[in-house]
Design a protein around this ligand. Structure first.
Ligand code: T46
Length: 313
């Protein structure tokens, strides 16, 4: 997936979310969009103003999956407002988060802005949950008055902001654990203009012997794998190339983490239900495992997994 300019052929896909009240309600930045002609004229003029920047979030096949916008860009004050929306078939596939982080990179590194603000209506619990889950903080105050004034007709807004220098790509890593499994930093040695080298050692950096190493590659974007737990196996998972979302469920909590940094690993050493979602095609998932392959150690049915952990509690 990637960001690109909007194109005329995106208009029908844009209409999918425009006409889907559940997806578009509260997105006042796009209030003028009602018909396909509005969408076409929006696309036609999307590059006209220096105060607005719109990008399509495109799949690997280059299809429009949603869009991100920076609006009311104020180069003097170094601020802009932001919004993101995706088509229904792009929900829960990582498009919104990817579009968001790329648009924030553009705001801070290409436009050199200092702060990006956005707000959602307090009853839009899905959007609020999405932003909070990915480590974005709500703001109680400190929203500039001119930005607040633009939204004076909207009631009960929840505000968010990201500052230049915030680690929004890895905000979730500061949590320390995902569904009770440790997030570790893999030792990484940078080399001057020749990349970096990462390493870990059995019984030193991870507290088990490594009997097996395997890796998963050539997975198309948007594909899911996993859907199982292990009874005894301990593993270190890491993504040396690309972007993969790991969804972990320990029976009590279900949490996600996006692996997109070769120096981050997840040690799964308690029976945990796992799913892996390939956010970018050709991403590689590497695993160092404590045991040889044994199909008897797998639990491939979620109900059976729940019964298994209730017995071991
Ligand atoms: C896990 C996640 C992260 C082997 O023959 N030897 C092996 O070492 C492995 C790992 C798999 N296989 C066979 C078993 C299946 O016939 O390869 C096939 C695909 O395995 P599976 O469907 O389990 O693949 P994923 O991606 O769903 O899960 C894998 C690991 O199996 C699992 O332990 O934690 O990656």
């Amino acid at each position: 997936m990637r960001l690109r300019e909007l194109r005329m052929e995106d208009a029908p896909f844009m209409m999918e979310w425009v006409l889907d009240a559940d997806l578009s309600s509260g997105l006042h930045l796009y209030d003028t969009l009602k018909t396909i002609q509005d969408a076409e004229s929006f696309i036609r003029s999307s590059n006209d103003s220096p105060h607005e920047k719109h990008f399509a979030i495109a799949s690997d096949e280059d299809e429009y999956m949603g869009m991100v916008s920076l609006r009311n860009i104020d180069m003097d004050d170094g601020v802009a407002e932001f919004s993101v929306v995706v088509r229904r078939n792009a929900l829960s596939k990582g498009y919104a988060l990817h579009g968001m982080t790329e648009a924030l990179d553009y705001a801070f590194h290409s436009l050199n802005l200092n702060t990006v603000y956005w707000c959602v209506s307090a009853d839009n619990t899905r959007a609020i949950r999405f932003f909070v889950k990915h480590g974005f903080n709500t703001l109680d105050e400190d929203v500039p008055v001119n930005i607040l004034n633009r939204h004076s007709k909207e009631n009960d807004l929840v505000w968010f902001a990201v500052l230049k220098g915030d680690d929004y790509r890895n905000a979730t890593l500061s949590r320390g654990t995902v569904a009770g499994n440790r997030i570790i930093s893999i030792k990484t040695v940078p080399t001057i203009e020749a990349g970096e080298l990462s390493f870990f050692e059995a019984n030193q950096d991870i507290d088990f012997e490594i009997k097996r190493v395997y890796y998963i590659s050539k997975v198309p974007e948007g594909r899911r794998r996993g859907f199982h737990a292990h009874k005894k196996l301990k593993q270190l998972l890491f993504c040396p190339y690309g972007e993969i979302q790991l969804i972990l469920d320990n029976g009590s909590i279900r949490e996600e983490i996006t692996l997109n940094d070769p120096s981050i690993g997840i040690v799964i050493d308690i029976p945990t239900w796992r799913e892996m979602l390939w956010l970018k095609k050709d991403s590689v998932l590497c695993v160092a495992a404590s045991e040889y392959y044994d199909e008897d150690d797998y639990i491939r049915d979620y109900g059976e997994y729940k019964r298994f952990i209730s017995k071991t509690d």
